[in-house]
Design a binder for this molecule. Structure first.
Ligand code: SF4
Length: 219
C-alpha cells in the first residue's frame, strides 16, 4: 500500500464545488498537471474520481508512462483513477486535415472537444453532475479555448455542468512544479500528439537543441 500524503499543511484556501455539489469527475491529462489539483481537492475533502482519457498521446509507450504516473499519484492520495479508452484511431479521424495547425489552433480545439465530450458522457452515465479538467493549469494552454470546449461538452447533457475553476491562481502554477519535483513525476517534453512531437523537435533543431528523447526525463 502506498504511503498516504500528509495534507494538513496544504496552503490553498479550501475549495468548494459550485451549486453545492459534493462529488467531482476530474478529467486528467497527466501527473504534472494534475498533482496540485488532486492535492487541493483532497485537502478540501471533495470526493473526486480521476478520469484519464487522452487518446491524443502518441506513441502508446508515452501514453502508458503518462497514465501510470497519474495512476500512481491517485493511489497515493486515495482517489479512484478510471482508465478511459485509448481510441487513437478515432482521434486521428477527428483531427484529419488539421495536422499542420499550430498549437492552440483548431486541431487543439478538436482534441479538447473529443476528450471532454467523452468525459461529459462518462459523467452523465455514472451520475456525476459536474466535471473539470486539469488541462487549464498549464501556462502553455489557452484557458478560454479549454473552458469553451468544456462548457460545450457539458451542454450535451441536462444533468452535467463544467467547472471552469482557474487552477493557476492562489499559487497553483508554482505548486504544480513543486509537487512534480517532490513526486519525481515523469516530465514529458511535448504536449502529446505526434504533431506536437514533430513541431517541438522542429523548433529544437532550429534552436540548436537536441531532439526529444522520450521516457527518460523525470522532475
Ligand atoms: S498539441 Fe496537444 S492539445 Fe493540441 S492536438 Fe496535439 S495533443 Fe491535442
Amino acid at each position: 500500500m502506498s504511503e498516504k500524503l500528509k495534507l494538513e499543511n496544504y496552503i490553498r484556501p479550501k475549495l468548494e464545488l459550485p451549486h453545492n455539489e459534493k462529488e467531482l469527475l476530474l478529467h486528467s491529462c497527466c501527473a504534472p498537471c494534475s498533482g496540485e489539483i488532486i492535492e487541493a481537492l483532497a485537502a478540501s475533502n471533495i470526493k473526486t474520481t480521476v478520469y484519464f482519457y487522452n487518446p491524443n498521446i502518441h506513441p502508446v509507450e508515452e501514453y502508458e508512462i503518462r497514465k501510470d504516473e497519474n495512476r500512481r499519484f491517485c493511489e497515493k492520495v486515495g482517489f479512484e483513477c478510471i482508465d478511459g479508452d485509448y481510441d487513437k484511431e478515432n482521434w486521428f479521424e477527428r483531427i484529419k486535415g488539421l495536422e499542420d495547425e499550430p498549437e492552440r489552433g483548431e486541431r487543439c480545439t478538436k482534441c479538447f472537444d473529443m476528450r471532454f465530450e467523452r468525459s461529459a458522457l462518462f459523467a452523465h452515465e455514472n451520475n456525476f453532475n459536474i466535471f473539470a479538467t486539469t488541462l487549464g493549469i498549464s501556462r502553455w494552454k489557452d484557458m478560454n479555448q479549454i473552458n469553451e470546449s468544456g462548457k460545450r461538452s457539458a451542454s450535451r447533457y441536462k444533468n452535467v455542468s463544467y467547472w471552469d475553476f482557474n487552477w493557476r491562481k492562489q499559487g497553483g502554477s508554482s505548486r504544480m512544479i513543486e509537487i512534480s519535483k517532490r513526486e519525481h513525476f515523469y516530465q514529458q517534453e511535448y504536449c502529446g500528439c505526434v504533431y506536437s512531437l514533430r513541431d517541438t523537435n522542429k523548433w529544437r533543431r532550429k534552436n540548436n537543441k537536441d531532439r526529444i528523447i522520450r521516457g527518460v526525463k523525470f522532475y
